[in-house]
Design a binder for this molecule. Sequence first.
Ligand code: ZN
Length: 188
Amino acid sequence: MARREVIRMGHPTLRQEASEVDLKMIQTKEFKDLIIDLYDTMKAEGGIGIAAPQINVPLKVTLIELPENSERYGDLSGTPLMIIINPKLTFLTDDKQGFWEGCLSVPGLRGYVERPKKIRVDYYNENGEEKSLEVEEFLATVFQHELDHLFGKLYIDRITDTTKICYNEEFSQLVASKKINADDVLDD
Ligand code: ZN
């Protein structure tokens, strides 16, 4: 299988709602190949999540995996691969948290996004089984970022304070000068 090209902001596929996956399709070779390609692409690009629309496949599928032994992701490092199909999102609190998000489809930039802290995601896994997961804190933001891709949204749309958008190089300088806490960063 193969790494595929990640499409970037401005490509129309990133701005349309993706289609639900026909559950009968899940066991097909074509679908399994799609998952492998998504995985290979996510790894090659150094992301912790990827959504099918990002490789120009408008289906409601997203992968999330946090690498092991990652200082950045602390206790969450080693979160195993999750394959999320046809998800539905429910907010479990109005309390918000902010992280500096980055996106493979918006290369070179970061922006500070506030999102609800605790959510429930109802979805199907790669075996076509119904699953429900409650997630909070950092992982809740990761899920919301990825699920947005399935509905034609980018993190850029969620930024409420546009003074908190910057290029990676300038961001690194802000971290180095301790104006920004390096723990509040995610890449997907
Ligand atoms: Zn993204």
